[in-house]
Ligand binder design. Structure first.
Ligand SMILES: C[S@@+](CC[C@H](N)C(=O)[O-])C[C@H]1O[C@@H](n2cnc3c(N)ncnc32)[C@H](O)[C@@H]1O
Length: 379
Protein backbone atom coordinates (compact mmCIF):
# COMPACT_ATOMS: atom_id res chain seq x y z
CA UNK A 1 0.00 0.00 0.00
CA UNK A 2 2.86 2.32 -0.86
CA UNK A 3 1.01 5.11 -2.59
CA UNK A 4 -1.57 5.53 0.21
CA UNK A 5 -0.24 7.68 3.04
CA UNK A 6 -1.74 9.74 5.87
CA UNK A 7 -2.99 13.08 4.58
CA UNK A 8 -3.61 11.87 1.03
CA UNK A 9 -7.16 12.57 -0.20
CA UNK A 10 -8.60 9.74 -2.31
CA UNK A 11 -11.20 11.22 -4.66
CA UNK A 12 -14.54 9.70 -5.68
CA UNK A 13 -14.42 6.68 -3.40
CA UNK A 14 -17.49 4.41 -3.65
CA UNK A 15 -18.63 3.38 -0.15
CA UNK A 16 -19.63 -0.23 0.55
CA UNK A 17 -21.13 -1.99 3.60
CA UNK A 18 -20.84 -1.00 7.24
CA UNK A 19 -18.10 -2.71 9.26
CA UNK A 20 -17.68 -3.18 13.01
CA UNK A 21 -16.19 -0.11 14.67
CA UNK A 22 -18.15 2.66 12.93
CA UNK A 23 -16.39 2.34 9.57
CA UNK A 24 -17.64 1.65 6.07
CA UNK A 25 -15.69 -0.57 3.71
CA UNK A 26 -14.36 0.92 0.47
CA UNK A 27 -11.90 -0.43 -2.10
CA UNK A 28 -9.28 1.57 -3.90
CA UNK A 29 -7.16 -0.18 -6.54
CA UNK A 30 -7.87 -3.52 -4.86
CA UNK A 31 -7.02 -2.28 -1.35
CA UNK A 32 -9.41 -1.95 1.58
CA UNK A 33 -10.02 1.44 3.16
CA UNK A 34 -12.17 1.74 6.31
CA UNK A 35 -13.91 5.11 6.01
CA UNK A 36 -15.56 7.03 8.87
CA UNK A 37 -18.28 9.68 8.43
CA UNK A 38 -19.51 7.98 5.24
CA UNK A 39 -22.53 5.79 4.41
CA UNK A 40 -23.16 2.81 2.16
CA UNK A 41 -23.84 3.86 -1.44
CA UNK A 42 -22.17 7.25 -1.13
CA UNK A 43 -19.38 8.63 -3.28
CA UNK A 44 -16.94 10.65 -1.17
CA UNK A 45 -13.48 12.13 -1.06
CA UNK A 46 -11.67 10.55 1.90
CA UNK A 47 -8.52 11.71 3.67
CA UNK A 48 -6.25 8.82 4.69
CA UNK A 49 -5.59 8.88 8.46
CA UNK A 50 -3.45 5.74 8.84
CA UNK A 51 -2.07 2.90 6.72
CA UNK A 52 -0.84 -0.57 7.59
CA UNK A 53 0.12 -3.62 5.52
CA UNK A 54 -3.46 -4.87 5.26
CA UNK A 55 -5.67 -1.79 5.07
CA UNK A 56 -5.94 1.97 5.45
CA UNK A 57 -8.25 4.15 7.51
CA UNK A 58 -9.76 7.38 6.24
CA UNK A 59 -12.29 10.11 7.05
CA UNK A 60 -14.81 11.30 4.46
CA UNK A 61 -14.10 15.00 3.86
CA UNK A 62 -16.46 15.74 0.92
CA UNK A 63 -19.64 13.97 -0.18
CA UNK A 64 -20.40 13.92 -3.92
CA UNK A 65 -23.33 11.48 -3.82
CA UNK A 66 -25.13 11.46 -0.45
CA UNK A 67 -27.10 8.59 1.07
CA UNK A 68 -30.80 9.29 1.70
CA UNK A 69 -29.99 8.38 5.33
CA UNK A 70 -27.47 11.23 5.72
CA UNK A 71 -28.49 14.10 8.03
CA UNK A 72 -26.80 17.22 9.39
CA UNK A 73 -25.05 16.20 12.63
CA UNK A 74 -26.69 17.75 15.70
CA UNK A 75 -23.24 18.57 17.11
CA UNK A 76 -20.85 21.05 15.44
CA UNK A 77 -17.74 19.05 16.47
CA UNK A 78 -19.13 15.67 15.30
CA UNK A 79 -16.48 15.14 12.60
CA UNK A 80 -13.54 15.95 14.92
CA UNK A 81 -14.63 14.41 18.24
CA UNK A 82 -13.94 10.69 18.64
CA UNK A 83 -17.14 10.09 20.62
CA UNK A 84 -20.03 9.93 18.14
CA UNK A 85 -19.28 8.23 14.83
CA UNK A 86 -22.90 8.08 13.60
CA UNK A 87 -24.06 11.70 14.11
CA UNK A 88 -24.35 12.10 10.31
CA UNK A 89 -26.85 9.23 10.11
CA UNK A 90 -30.61 9.42 10.62
CA UNK A 91 -31.15 7.87 14.11
CA UNK A 92 -33.44 5.03 12.98
CA UNK A 93 -30.88 4.06 10.35
CA UNK A 94 -28.06 3.95 12.94
CA UNK A 95 -29.98 1.07 14.54
CA UNK A 96 -30.31 -0.65 11.16
CA UNK A 97 -26.52 -0.35 10.68
CA UNK A 98 -25.92 -1.86 14.12
CA UNK A 99 -28.38 -4.66 13.30
CA UNK A 100 -26.36 -5.46 10.20
CA UNK A 101 -23.11 -5.54 12.22
CA UNK A 102 -24.58 -7.78 14.95
CA UNK A 103 -26.09 -10.15 12.35
CA UNK A 104 -22.84 -10.33 10.36
CA UNK A 105 -20.60 -10.91 13.41
CA UNK A 106 -22.80 -13.46 15.18
CA UNK A 107 -23.39 -15.30 11.89
CA UNK A 108 -19.74 -15.30 10.88
CA UNK A 109 -18.17 -16.00 14.29
CA UNK A 110 -20.79 -18.23 15.93
CA UNK A 111 -23.09 -19.48 13.16
CA UNK A 112 -25.99 -17.78 14.97
CA UNK A 113 -28.74 -16.23 12.86
CA UNK A 114 -29.68 -12.92 14.51
CA UNK A 115 -33.23 -12.15 13.35
CA UNK A 116 -34.04 -9.27 15.71
CA UNK A 117 -33.83 -5.49 15.55
CA UNK A 118 -31.76 -3.12 17.66
CA UNK A 119 -34.22 -1.75 20.22
CA UNK A 120 -34.37 2.02 20.79
CA UNK A 121 -34.04 2.93 24.49
CA UNK A 122 -35.17 6.36 25.76
CA UNK A 123 -33.75 8.93 26.30
CA UNK A 124 -32.51 9.01 22.69
CA UNK A 125 -30.74 10.04 20.59
CA UNK A 126 -29.44 12.99 22.67
CA UNK A 127 -29.04 13.63 26.41
CA UNK A 128 -28.67 9.93 27.32
CA UNK A 129 -25.18 9.72 28.80
CA UNK A 130 -24.94 9.92 32.60
CA UNK A 131 -21.21 9.40 32.94
CA UNK A 132 -18.75 11.64 31.06
CA UNK A 133 -14.95 11.93 31.05
CA UNK A 134 -13.83 15.33 29.76
CA UNK A 135 -10.27 16.37 28.97
CA UNK A 136 -8.94 19.89 29.47
CA UNK A 137 -6.85 21.42 26.67
CA UNK A 138 -3.72 23.54 27.18
CA UNK A 139 -5.89 26.52 28.21
CA UNK A 140 -8.07 24.47 30.56
CA UNK A 141 -11.06 24.45 28.17
CA UNK A 142 -13.04 21.20 28.49
CA UNK A 143 -13.26 18.94 25.46
CA UNK A 144 -13.32 15.36 24.25
CA UNK A 145 -10.59 13.32 22.61
CA UNK A 146 -10.35 13.13 18.83
CA UNK A 147 -10.64 9.67 17.23
CA UNK A 148 -7.57 7.45 18.01
CA UNK A 149 -5.68 10.51 19.28
CA UNK A 150 -4.72 12.40 22.45
CA UNK A 151 -5.77 15.68 20.83
CA UNK A 152 -8.51 17.46 22.81
CA UNK A 153 -11.39 18.83 20.71
CA UNK A 154 -12.98 21.73 22.67
CA UNK A 155 -16.70 21.36 23.40
CA UNK A 156 -19.19 23.68 21.73
CA UNK A 157 -20.43 26.49 24.02
CA UNK A 158 -23.57 24.57 25.00
CA UNK A 159 -21.67 21.37 25.68
CA UNK A 160 -21.86 17.72 24.64
CA UNK A 161 -25.14 16.81 22.93
CA UNK A 162 -25.28 13.17 24.05
CA UNK A 163 -24.55 13.97 27.72
CA UNK A 164 -27.34 14.41 30.26
CA UNK A 165 -27.96 18.20 30.15
CA UNK A 166 -26.87 18.53 33.82
CA UNK A 167 -23.33 17.36 32.94
CA UNK A 168 -23.06 18.54 29.32
CA UNK A 169 -20.91 21.65 29.89
CA UNK A 170 -18.19 21.47 32.55
CA UNK A 171 -16.54 24.73 33.58
CA UNK A 172 -13.20 25.89 32.15
CA UNK A 173 -10.34 25.29 34.61
CA UNK A 174 -7.23 27.30 33.54
CA UNK A 175 -5.37 25.98 36.60
CA UNK A 176 -5.36 22.37 35.32
CA UNK A 177 -4.31 22.30 31.64
CA UNK A 178 -4.19 18.70 30.37
CA UNK A 179 -6.29 17.44 33.30
CA UNK A 180 -9.54 15.52 33.36
CA UNK A 181 -13.02 16.24 34.72
CA UNK A 182 -15.75 13.67 35.26
CA UNK A 183 -19.43 14.45 34.86
CA UNK A 184 -21.80 12.30 36.92
CA UNK A 185 -25.59 12.45 36.73
CA UNK A 186 -26.98 10.07 39.35
CA UNK A 187 -30.38 9.65 40.98
CA UNK A 188 -28.92 11.35 44.08
CA UNK A 189 -27.66 14.40 42.14
CA UNK A 190 -25.49 15.64 39.30
CA UNK A 191 -22.17 17.44 39.14
CA UNK A 192 -18.51 17.50 38.14
CA UNK A 193 -15.56 16.02 40.02
CA UNK A 194 -11.90 15.21 39.58
CA UNK A 195 -10.91 11.57 38.95
CA UNK A 196 -9.99 9.91 42.25
CA UNK A 197 -11.80 12.60 44.27
CA UNK A 198 -13.85 9.93 46.06
CA UNK A 199 -17.50 10.24 47.00
CA UNK A 200 -20.45 7.93 46.61
CA UNK A 201 -23.68 8.50 44.68
CA UNK A 202 -26.94 6.56 44.74
CA UNK A 203 -28.69 5.08 41.71
CA UNK A 204 -32.26 3.74 41.56
CA UNK A 205 -33.37 0.79 39.45
CA UNK A 206 -37.02 -0.12 39.96
CA UNK A 207 -37.43 -0.66 43.70
CA UNK A 208 -33.70 -1.15 44.31
CA UNK A 209 -31.08 1.43 45.32
CA UNK A 210 -27.38 1.04 44.57
CA UNK A 211 -24.42 2.87 46.09
CA UNK A 212 -21.82 3.59 43.39
CA UNK A 213 -18.39 5.24 43.63
CA UNK A 214 -18.82 8.64 41.94
CA UNK A 215 -15.88 7.84 39.65
CA UNK A 216 -16.61 4.09 39.45
CA UNK A 217 -18.44 2.00 36.86
CA UNK A 218 -22.17 2.39 36.30
CA UNK A 219 -24.04 1.79 33.03
CA UNK A 220 -23.67 5.03 31.02
CA UNK A 221 -27.11 5.21 29.36
CA UNK A 222 -29.87 6.47 31.66
CA UNK A 223 -32.19 3.64 30.54
CA UNK A 224 -29.59 0.87 30.53
CA UNK A 225 -29.83 -0.53 34.08
CA UNK A 226 -33.62 -1.02 33.84
CA UNK A 227 -33.54 -2.47 30.32
CA UNK A 228 -30.68 -4.87 31.04
CA UNK A 229 -32.12 -6.06 34.36
CA UNK A 230 -35.53 -6.69 32.75
CA UNK A 231 -33.95 -8.57 29.87
CA UNK A 232 -31.72 -10.70 32.14
CA UNK A 233 -34.66 -11.57 34.42
CA UNK A 234 -36.94 -12.37 31.46
CA UNK A 235 -34.27 -14.66 30.01
CA UNK A 236 -33.24 -16.45 33.21
CA UNK A 237 -36.71 -16.68 34.83
CA UNK A 238 -35.18 -17.01 38.33
CA UNK A 239 -37.03 -19.03 40.97
CA UNK A 240 -36.87 -18.42 44.68
CA UNK A 241 -34.34 -20.74 46.32
CA UNK A 242 -32.07 -20.99 43.26
CA UNK A 243 -28.36 -20.11 43.27
CA UNK A 244 -26.53 -17.78 40.88
CA UNK A 245 -23.16 -16.25 40.02
CA UNK A 246 -22.94 -12.58 38.96
CA UNK A 247 -19.54 -12.39 37.21
CA UNK A 248 -18.04 -8.93 36.49
CA UNK A 249 -20.70 -7.74 38.92
CA UNK A 250 -19.70 -4.09 39.49
CA UNK A 251 -21.73 -2.82 42.45
CA UNK A 252 -24.18 -5.72 42.10
CA UNK A 253 -26.76 -4.53 39.55
CA UNK A 254 -27.81 -8.03 38.46
CA UNK A 255 -27.04 -9.64 41.83
CA UNK A 256 -29.51 -7.21 43.44
CA UNK A 257 -32.25 -8.03 40.94
CA UNK A 258 -31.74 -11.79 41.43
CA UNK A 259 -31.55 -11.53 45.23
CA UNK A 260 -34.84 -9.59 45.24
CA UNK A 261 -36.40 -12.71 43.64
CA UNK A 262 -35.12 -14.98 46.36
CA UNK A 263 -31.97 -16.21 44.57
CA UNK A 264 -28.76 -16.75 46.56
CA UNK A 265 -25.98 -14.87 44.71
CA UNK A 266 -22.18 -14.86 44.63
CA UNK A 267 -20.54 -11.95 42.78
CA UNK A 268 -17.00 -11.43 41.46
CA UNK A 269 -15.58 -8.07 40.40
CA UNK A 270 -12.06 -6.76 39.76
CA UNK A 271 -12.60 -3.36 41.42
CA UNK A 272 -12.37 -3.85 45.19
CA UNK A 273 -14.29 -0.64 45.99
CA UNK A 274 -17.17 -1.91 43.82
CA UNK A 275 -17.33 -5.25 45.67
CA UNK A 276 -17.44 -3.42 49.01
CA UNK A 277 -20.38 -1.37 47.75
CA UNK A 278 -22.01 -4.49 46.25
CA UNK A 279 -21.97 -6.07 49.72
CA UNK A 280 -23.83 -3.00 51.06
CA UNK A 281 -26.22 -2.96 48.09
CA UNK A 282 -27.12 -6.66 48.19
CA UNK A 283 -27.12 -7.66 51.86
CA UNK A 284 -27.81 -11.36 51.17
CA UNK A 285 -25.10 -11.66 48.50
CA UNK A 286 -21.46 -12.70 48.85
CA UNK A 287 -18.91 -10.70 46.88
CA UNK A 288 -15.28 -11.37 46.09
CA UNK A 289 -12.74 -8.91 44.67
CA UNK A 290 -10.40 -10.22 41.98
CA UNK A 291 -10.02 -11.55 38.48
CA UNK A 292 -13.00 -13.69 37.50
CA UNK A 293 -10.86 -16.47 35.95
CA UNK A 294 -8.77 -16.76 39.13
CA UNK A 295 -11.67 -16.50 41.58
CA UNK A 296 -14.03 -18.93 39.87
CA UNK A 297 -12.42 -22.09 41.31
CA UNK A 298 -13.29 -20.89 44.83
CA UNK A 299 -16.99 -20.41 44.06
CA UNK A 300 -19.69 -23.10 44.50
CA UNK A 301 -19.20 -26.08 42.18
CA UNK A 302 -22.80 -26.14 41.02
CA UNK A 303 -25.20 -23.20 40.44
CA UNK A 304 -28.56 -22.76 38.72
CA UNK A 305 -27.93 -19.43 36.96
CA UNK A 306 -25.01 -17.29 35.78
CA UNK A 307 -24.83 -13.65 34.65
CA UNK A 308 -21.73 -12.63 32.68
CA UNK A 309 -21.15 -8.93 31.96
CA UNK A 310 -17.49 -8.76 30.91
CA UNK A 311 -15.54 -5.79 29.51
CA UNK A 312 -15.09 -5.39 25.73
CA UNK A 313 -12.56 -8.22 25.52
CA UNK A 314 -15.25 -10.74 26.46
CA UNK A 315 -15.19 -13.55 29.04
CA UNK A 316 -12.82 -15.89 27.19
CA UNK A 317 -12.37 -19.64 27.13
CA UNK A 318 -11.17 -20.20 30.74
CA UNK A 319 -14.09 -18.32 32.30
CA UNK A 320 -16.62 -19.98 30.01
CA UNK A 321 -15.22 -23.42 30.83
CA UNK A 322 -15.50 -22.63 34.55
CA UNK A 323 -19.08 -21.47 34.08
CA UNK A 324 -20.13 -24.48 31.98
CA UNK A 325 -18.55 -26.87 34.52
CA UNK A 326 -21.11 -25.65 37.07
CA UNK A 327 -23.93 -26.88 34.80
CA UNK A 328 -26.22 -23.82 35.22
CA UNK A 329 -29.64 -24.25 33.66
CA UNK A 330 -29.31 -20.79 32.04
CA UNK A 331 -26.62 -18.15 31.45
CA UNK A 332 -27.28 -14.47 30.68
CA UNK A 333 -24.37 -12.95 28.74
CA UNK A 334 -24.48 -9.11 28.61
CA UNK A 335 -22.11 -7.96 25.87
CA UNK A 336 -20.91 -4.49 24.89
CA UNK A 337 -18.92 -5.85 21.93
CA UNK A 338 -20.73 -8.14 19.47
CA UNK A 339 -17.40 -9.46 18.12
CA UNK A 340 -16.36 -10.67 21.58
CA UNK A 341 -19.87 -12.09 22.04
CA UNK A 342 -19.57 -13.97 18.74
CA UNK A 343 -16.24 -15.51 19.77
CA UNK A 344 -17.58 -16.45 23.21
CA UNK A 345 -20.79 -17.95 21.76
CA UNK A 346 -18.66 -20.20 19.57
CA UNK A 347 -16.63 -21.28 22.64
CA UNK A 348 -19.81 -21.83 24.67
CA UNK A 349 -21.26 -24.04 21.92
CA UNK A 350 -18.20 -26.27 22.24
CA UNK A 351 -18.97 -26.53 25.98
CA UNK A 352 -22.59 -27.53 25.36
CA UNK A 353 -24.35 -24.16 25.70
CA UNK A 354 -26.36 -22.63 22.82
CA UNK A 355 -28.18 -19.27 22.65
CA UNK A 356 -31.94 -19.57 23.05
CA UNK A 357 -32.27 -15.83 22.31
CA UNK A 358 -30.13 -12.79 21.55
CA UNK A 359 -31.49 -9.25 21.84
CA UNK A 360 -29.74 -6.00 20.89
CA UNK A 361 -30.28 -2.64 22.58
CA UNK A 362 -29.23 0.83 21.44
CA UNK A 363 -27.58 1.90 24.68
CA UNK A 364 -25.07 4.16 22.86
CA UNK A 365 -27.18 6.28 20.46
CA UNK A 366 -25.38 8.08 17.59
CA UNK A 367 -22.27 5.93 18.11
CA UNK A 368 -21.47 2.55 16.52
CA UNK A 369 -21.62 0.80 19.90
CA UNK A 370 -24.42 -1.65 20.67
CA UNK A 371 -25.28 -3.81 23.70
CA UNK A 372 -26.49 -7.39 23.28
CA UNK A 373 -27.94 -9.85 25.78
CA UNK A 374 -27.67 -13.54 24.95
CA UNK A 375 -29.46 -16.22 26.95
CA UNK A 376 -27.64 -19.55 26.77
CA UNK A 377 -29.03 -22.92 27.75
CA UNK A 378 -27.61 -26.41 27.84
CA UNK A 379 -28.08 -28.27 24.55
C1 LIG B 1 -19.42 -3.87 31.80
S1 LIG B 1 -18.96 -3.66 33.48
C2 LIG B 1 -20.34 -4.43 34.26
C3 LIG B 1 -20.57 -4.12 35.70
C4 LIG B 1 -21.93 -4.52 36.27
N1 LIG B 1 -22.36 -5.82 35.80
C5 LIG B 1 -22.97 -3.46 35.96
O1 LIG B 1 -23.78 -3.66 35.06
O2 LIG B 1 -22.98 -2.41 36.64
C6 LIG B 1 -17.66 -4.80 33.61
C7 LIG B 1 -17.05 -4.90 34.98
O3 LIG B 1 -16.05 -5.92 34.94
C8 LIG B 1 -14.96 -5.53 35.76
N2 LIG B 1 -13.83 -6.34 35.28
C9 LIG B 1 -13.11 -6.15 34.15
N3 LIG B 1 -12.23 -7.16 33.97
C10 LIG B 1 -12.39 -8.00 35.03
C11 LIG B 1 -11.77 -9.23 35.43
N4 LIG B 1 -10.82 -9.79 34.66
N5 LIG B 1 -12.20 -9.82 36.54
C12 LIG B 1 -13.15 -9.23 37.32
N6 LIG B 1 -13.79 -8.09 36.98
C13 LIG B 1 -13.40 -7.47 35.86
C14 LIG B 1 -14.89 -4.04 35.62
O4 LIG B 1 -14.27 -3.46 36.77
C15 LIG B 1 -16.36 -3.65 35.48
O5 LIG B 1 -16.92 -3.33 36.74
Amino acid sequence: MNELHPGLVVADLEIGPVAHGGHFVARHEGRVIFVRHALTGEVVDARITSVNRRFARADAVAVHRASPHRVTPPCPIATQCGGCDFQHVEPAHTRELKRQVVAELLGHLAGYEFAGDVEEVPPAPLGWRRRMRYHLDADGHPGLRAHRSDEVVPLPADGCRIADPAIAAPPTDPGRPGGEVLGVAAASGAGFLLPGAGGIVTEEVGEQSYLVAADGFWQAHAGAPEVLVQRVLAGLVPRSGETALDLYCGVGLFAGALAARGVRVWGVEGDRRATELAARNVLDGEFVAGDVARRLPRLPGQVDLVVLDPPRTGAGADVLAGVAARRPRAIAYVACDPAALGRDLRTAAGLGYEPSSVTAHDLFPLTHHVECVAILEAK
